[in-house]
Design a binder for this molecule. Structure first.
Ligand code: UD2
Length: 309
């Protein structure tokens, strides 16, 4: 295998690159370094870095040279930004996606795995969410990811490209910037704990999410590249926690009591999320996801080290 990881310097990308390199698989990344950084990447002779944008056809085609597998993670990842500027978000998340897809086809790559999202489902009508649930995106971002899934189905069926879309749920872990507009609640809470500030809970804290550790996402990505499954697959642990449960575990992991301040419910917030992971279990039969307490401990350790630096 020789894998191209688009967005390889980002949060999920850099962990996926590490996992591939650990397996002795040579990697090339294509990244425009708008949100990803070189600091996220290891020094490794098996790693090649190409700076470029997925909207640039020439850059994408040149990045495909001698590549057997593509892991497409580069995207405009902020839901909020997609609401504020739909054309800009569309140009990366649909235009860029189609560029990578077409280049994979033209270069006869053996397989392309790409990042879809739980955002495709929008506000769930029925829980737990299986891949068969109706897509009802409620943001341009969610719609863009759904359009990616539809393109993938078409390219697989009509042009014989091997494609697999991973619908990530709530991902957390090292290198997720708490200041970024797409940082999840865990990054934000840990940053507040570090600063000994109260945690702002939007609503009563009973809302549930399926939180998955980024290293498990990286593992799923690598296994997805090596499998022959098609269509889309939820990537989540299958276990849910309410925000209040999360805060309780966080406080124990940090060995610190935390103050909570309740604020008004966030506009458009999803009250409950729960995921059906039968397809993921077929991809990863060991089912050994990092439990929330271990993931939070690892993240707290990482954050305290980076704060000290
Ligand atoms: C994530 C995305 C959202 C959309 C959705 C699709 C991010 C940041 N959010 O939302 O844009 O794609 O998935 O399913 O990418 N909360 C607090 N205090 C805080 C921050 C969050 O109480 O300081 C709550 C928030 O109201 C929500 C829960 O924590 O009920 C999780 O929030 P999140 O933004 O981490 O994730 P989610 O699933 O709501």
């Amino acid at each position: 295998m020789h894998v191209l990881v688009t967005g390889g310097a980002g949060f999920i990308g850099s962990h996926s690159v590490e996992k591939l390199l650990e397996a002795n698989i040579p990697v090339r990344i294509l990244d425009n370094f708008t949100s990803g950084t070189r600091d996220n990447l290891p020094n490794n002779s098996q790693l090649e870095i190409q700076e470029g944008d997925i909207r640039d056809e020439v850059a994408v085609h040149s990045a495909m040279k001698d590549i057997t597998h593509v892991l497409h993670l580069a995207a405009q990842v902020s839901v909020q930004a997609s609401v504020e500027n739909p054309p800009e978000s569309c140009s990366t998340n649909i235009g860029g996606f189609v560029n990578v897809l077409q280049a994979s086809r033209a270069n006869d790559v053996q397989r392309m795995v790409y990042a879809s999202s739980a955002a495709v489902y929008g506000r769930p009508v029925q829980l737990p969410l299986s891949e068969k649930a109706m897509a009802q995106p409620c943001s341009p971002y969610g719609l863009e990811k759904y359009v990616n899934d539809q393109y993938a189905i078409l390219f697989a069926k009509e042009f014989g490209v091997s494609l697999f879309g991973l619908r990530y749920f709530n991902v957390y872990g090292p290198r997720q910037d708490p200041q970024s507009p797409y940082a999840g609640v865990i990054s934000k809470f840990i940053s507040m704990i570090e600063q000994r500030q109260p945690l702002a809970v939007f609503g009563d804290g009973s809302q549930t999410r399926d939180f998955i550790f980024v290293k498990d996402i990286a593992k799923a990505n690598v296994q997805a590249l090596q499998s022959d499954m098609g269509g889309v697959c939820n990537v989540a642990t299958g276990k849910i926690h309410s925000l209040l449960q999360l805060i309780d575990i966080l406080s124990r992991c940090a060995n610190q009591s935390v103050e909570v301040v309740h604020q008004t419910v966030r506009e458009g917030d999803i009250p409950f999320s729960e995921t059906e992971i039968t397809r993921l279990q077929a991809l990863m039969p060991t089912n050994d996801f990092t439990d929330l307490s271990s993931g939070l401990t690892a993240l707290l350790q990482y954050t305290s080290q980076t704060v000290k630096k």
